[in-house]
Design a protein around this ligand. Structure first.
Ligand code: PLP
Ligand code: SF4
Length: 335
């Protein structure tokens, strides 16, 4: 649909219309103005080129929809209660031995179902244009160095792989040298959404002494473009340990074929499927909601079909920051 020469990320309704990803409407509907002010929009070239129809699994993940302005009574701005567990800017400490570290709140694309949608792509909150200032960055690193019960640091955001290789090296080298930190982890959508960023310089910044795990976020096998496959292969050949994380999404991957292709696709690239998340109730995301019973039935049907290596854990966040819980499916041994 979109011009294959497209080089820039589309961030406004008029650009989405210009590139024929959304139909032209005149005058511009009120809801588009409202939505653009409320939630960040970003469709990177890789994703724009993958979109075939306005209803396909790529389009639905990134094209803004009027329904996002309809908040349900059960939806909450911070469904994982990150703010409650944040002792200082950039740090979320919910579990005693591991900590989430958010050096920036910028993503290569903005998922329309994002659980941090009220925070990502915005400015403020100790973040300069979504980036933690050098002062806050150092404070966060010092905080981690002072808390010796923590043995794992998970870089999240926003997307840590949008940091410059220099800043990323600084962060990882500092964390690598803290004796009580044994495991490093990054959660990112860059390998599929902006594979061109997986450069030699970036790969070099990911060379750590301690094991570095990278959890790649993708929700449909159609995201695995040749460029994404190449980026993931480069990461694998560089010795990075690869995991996946996906969200179960209505109309996108809530069927057996889509999930099997997704998890097998990951495995074929050397990525171990890790989490299939139940959707968090962020505002204006109810059109993506899949019932837990449906998710459990899908997982049960997948069990026999997939290699054990390709089978993820189906998990949900408990309300009020209660943390992640596995949802099943549950099995018993018959007598
Ligand atoms: C999800 C999450 C983690 C990581 O959990 P794992 O089950 O180890 O993947 C760590 N800290 C916070 C605050 C989280 O939300
Ligand atoms: S990549 Fe993650 S943090 Fe960024 S918009 Fe998507 S779900 Fe939200």
């Amino acid at each position: 649909m979109t011009n294959s020469a497209l080089k820039t990320t589309l961030r406004h309704f008029y650009q989405l219309v210009e590139h024929k990803l959304l139909p032209e409407t005149s005058p511009v509907p009120n809801w588009q103005d409202q939505l653009e002010k409320k939630y960040a929009i970003a469709v990177p070239p890789t994703f724009a080129k993958l979109i075939q129809t306005p209803n396909d699994p790529i389009a639905k993940q990134v094209l803004p929809d009027e329904r996002e302005l309809h908040t349900q009574s059960y939806e909450i701005p911070d469904p994982t209660a990150d703010e409650t567990f944040s002792p200082i800017p950039g740090i979320i400490h919910r579990y005693p031995h591991r900590v989430l570290f958010k050096p920036l709140l910028v993503c290569p694309l903005y998922c329309r179902f994002c659980f941090r949608r009220e925070f990502v792509g915005q400015t403020g909150q100790g973040h300069e244009a979504g980036l933690l200032s050098q002062e806050h960055l150092e404070k966060a690193l010092n905080w981690i160095a002072e808390h010796s019960t923590i043995n794992e640091v998970i870089l999240s955001g926003g997307d840590p792989l949008l940091l410059s290789p220099r800043r990323l090296s600084f962060l990882l080298e500092t964390l690598d040298k803290i004796p009580h930190i044994k495991t490093l982890r990054i959660h990112s959508r860059v390998p599929v959404a902006a594979p061109e960023r997986i450069t030699e310089a970036l790969l070099k910044s990911l060379k750590t002494e301690k094991p570095l795990w990278l959890a790649i976020h993708a929700n449909h096998a159609q995201e695995f473009s040749p460029q994404a496959q190449k980026a993931i292969k480069d990461l694998r050949k560089n010795g990075i340990l690869l995991l996946s994380q996906s969200v179960l999404l209505k109309g996108i991957n809530d069927n057996l074929e889509a999930l099997a292709n997704l998890f097998e696709g990951f495995l074929e690239m050397g990525v171990k499927p890790y989490y299939l998340h139940h959707l968090d109730p962020a505002p204006g995301t109810s059109h993506f909601k899949v019932e837990v019973e449906t998710g459990l039935a899908l997982l049960k049907a997948l069990r026999g079909r997939l290699s054990g290596l390709a089978f993820p854990a189906y998990t949900a966040e408990r309300p009020q920051g209660g943390g992640k819980i596995p949802l099943g499916p549950a099995y018993t041994l018959k007598k």
